[in-house]
Design a protein around this ligand. Structure first.
Ligand SMILES: *[C@@H]1O[C@H](CO)[C@@H](O)[C@H](O)[C@H]1NC(C)=O
Ligand SMILES: *[C@@H]1O[C@H](CO)[C@@H](O)[C@H](O)[C@H]1NC(C)=O
Ligand SMILES: *[C@@H]1O[C@H](CO)[C@@H](O)[C@H](O)[C@H]1NC(C)=O
Ligand SMILES: *[C@@H]1O[C@H](CO)[C@@H](O)[C@H](O)[C@H]1NC(C)=O
Ligand SMILES: *[C@@H]1O[C@H](CO)[C@@H](O)[C@H](O)[C@H]1NC(C)=O
Ligand SMILES: *[C@@H]1O[C@H](CO)[C@@H](O)[C@H](O)[C@H]1NC(C)=O
Length: 538
């Protein structure tokens, strides 16, 4: 083995191991031209030998499908089996031995989309797509013509070794440069494809703050709140768009009870940066703190400060309102319930009504019906009229009453007496009793011996002359027939104001300050007649 052979083998093994040989992926059926580098092109064919990896020597016969010229290697129509390592051995004038190699992978034409030359990715307005070097060199060597394809469809009027792609928004296409050249009167094609990724054009502008809108934000102490800082940076501007918060002008740690999440939304259209500051629990200190939101674009930063304000709770207002309402209702109830008591209480101090000067002798003229009634009612009536009424109103309250049966003087002219006494009375007190249970009694209310006439006279005074007001007192339950047994005039009065019911069984009923007597007293004149006419009575 001579020296050159040793060097070749040594170099070859080194090359294979270090894989420094150029690698080419070429589609089946195309032509492939390989030229190592400019300085070697003038080597005479006899000074160089080409091998396929450890296989036979390659011829320099132009008619061969695979042949060489000096340092260049030519494949006129690639076949899958052409894949492999090719080595050139060059004997230099100085006697030294030079070598170079290339690795070729021939693939099926249908796979061209997978095996592409360098990718181009840009967001520029115009993108320059150069024809792959090998294709360009081939075209130069054989004075071929360029043609271009986009996604394997011809592009018209493109015959340069580069192509301009205009940015019309986000796209990704395969652009192929095809060189058609002639050799020995035959036409061959050599092509190379690239993936060109066009990114939407970035338009950066001074950020526009979207949030916070207000300088103040209501917050509840002890509750959590999220403060949102967001702004627009432009179109496709995600690479230089940022939002963040500073607390009192400083960055913060999550241990302070604050945390922040950031995100970029819609990065191709209106690029929006968002920073959400999460306050775990709002403290009193936070109401004295300044939160500043920053949105940073490519060239500008904008900011907005925000302070928290304690939210005015509506609960005290509601409670206050309810209290006032409750007090009002209570007061209304109390006034309603104790109106009579209050009136009785203050009556002595109020300026006395003109009744004082009316000169009448009796405070009330008491009328009742003493016939056609059940025994029980008769007892009740008799006890009420003869005992209870005088003992409370006369003895305890000092009123003067004209009571039938008691104050009638026997033999006196009844008609005249009734008329007279009525005129001398300030009130007409009507004692109502239930009607007879059986309707057998033919008596009408008007013709009862006692009371019938009095009633008529009294009602006349009350209803027609309106000289005195009436006090209605009811003894016992009226039963299902109601007040129908009473004269219509009286029924009318009952309809206007309900009678005061005598609580027969109540123990307090005999007391002057019982509810019943208070109601009666309330309706009685403020000042008993007795006081002013003491002399005339005695
Ligand atoms: C070169 O040939 C040898 C055998 O002759 C083989 O083992 C080796 O893998 C081949 N290398 C390449 C790159 O084809
Ligand atoms: C080619 O080889 C011959 C000898 O075989 C030598 O004289 C000549 O200089 C070589 N030419 C080149 C360009 O290497
Ligand atoms: C070369 O490519 C062109 C299209 O650019 C095509 O029309 C022509 O048939 C191809 N020639 C060969 C030999 O493949
Ligand atoms: C911030 O945004 C979140 C949802 O994105 C919302 O729940 C929260 O109420 C916002 N904060 C303020 C203060 O508006
Ligand atoms: C982008 O923002 C502008 C206002 O800044 C608005 O007019 C436009 O509708 C927005 N575009 C989209 C897609 O949201
Ligand atoms: C916030 O913006 C105002 C102008 O709007 C500027 O004067 C101020 O310096 C900015 N603050 C910071 C902390 O950058």
């Amino acid at each position: 083995m001579n020296f050159c052979g040793f060097v070749l083998i040594f170099g070859l093994s080194m090359m294979i191991r270090s894989s420094t040989s150029e690698l080419f992926h070429r589609p089946e059926g195309e032509a492939f031209y390989y030229a190592p580098y400019v300085g070697l092109k003038s080597i005479p064919d006899e000074n160089i030998t080409w091998y396929k990896n450890n296989s036979k020597e390659i011829s320099n016969n132009e008619d061969e499908r695979v042949h060489y010229h000096g340092a260049t290697l030519l494949f006129l129509e690639l076949k899958i089996e052409d894949s492999g390592l090719y080595i050139a051995r060059h004997k230099t004038p100085s006697g030294k031995c030079d070598k170079y190699s290339l690795k070729l992978v021939v693939f099926d034409k249908s796979e061209v989309g997978k095996l592409l030359y360098g990718r181009i990715s840009s967001s520029s307005q115009k993108i320059r797509v150069p024809c792959p070097d090998n294709v360009k060199e081939t075209c130069k060597a054989f004075k071929g013509n360029f043609a271009w394809e986009k996604d394997f469809k011809p592009l018209r009027n493109e015959d340069s070794n580069y192509l301009w792609v205009t940015n019309t928004g986000q796209t990704a296409n395969i652009y192929s440069c095809i060189c058609t050249w002639r050799h020995n009167e035959k036409e061959y094609n050599t092509s190379g494809s690239r993936n060109v990724i066009v990114k939407a054009r970035a338009i950066h502008r001074r950020p526009i703050l979207l949030s916070p809108v207000n300088k103040e934000q209501f917050a509840d102490e002890g509750m959590g709140i999220t403060l949102n800082c967001s702004g627009l940076c432009g179109t496709n501007a995600a690479s230089s768009c940022r939002a963040y918060w500073l607390i009192d002008g400083k960055t913060f740690k999550s241990t302070d009870g604050y945390s922040c999440t950031t995100k970029i939304e819609n990065p191709t259209e209106n690029t929006t940066a968002i920073a959400s500051l999460i306050i775990q629990k709002v403290t009193a200190k936070d109401f004295q703190t300044t939160f500043t939101c920053f949105v940073e674009g490519l060239t500008d930063v904008v900011n907005s400060t925000l302070t928290l304000k304690p939210r005015e709770s509506v609960t005290p207002l509601i409670i206050g309102g309810l209290c006032v309402l409750f007090l009002c209702v209570t007061a209304a109830v109390l006034i309603k319930y104790f109106a009579i008591d209050l009136a009785l209480l203050f009556r002595p101090y109020l300026p006395l009504s003109r009744e004082k000067q009316d000169g009448r002798v009796y405070d009330a003229y008491v009328v009742y019906k003493a016939q056609d009634m059940d025994k029980a009612i008769e007892d009740t009536l008799s006890s009420f009229v003869t005992k209870k009424l005088p003992s409370v109103l006369e003895e305890k309250c000092g009123y003067r009453l004209f009571i039938h049966g008691r104050d009638d003087i026997p033999g006196e002219d009844r008609l005249e007496l009734v008329e007279d006494c009525m005129k001398q009375s300030r009130r007409l007190m009507v004692i109502l009793t239930p009607g007879p249970e059986s309707q057998t009694s033919s008596s009408s209310p008007e013709d009862s011996i006692m009371g019938g006439f009095d009633w008529q006279v009294g009602l006349h005074h009350v209803l027609v002359q309106r000289e005195m007001s009436v006090i209605l007192i009811q003894l016992g339950d009226m039963g299902p027939q109601g007040y129908t047994h009473l004269p219509p005039g009286l029924q009318h009065l009952i309809h206007k104001s309900a009678p005061i019911k005598w609580p027969k069984d109540s123990r307090a009923a005999s007391k002057c300050n019982s509810r019943f007597w208070k109601r009666v007293r309330y309706l009685m004149p403020a000042t008993p007649a007795k006081k002013y006419h003491q002399s005339s009575i005695i």
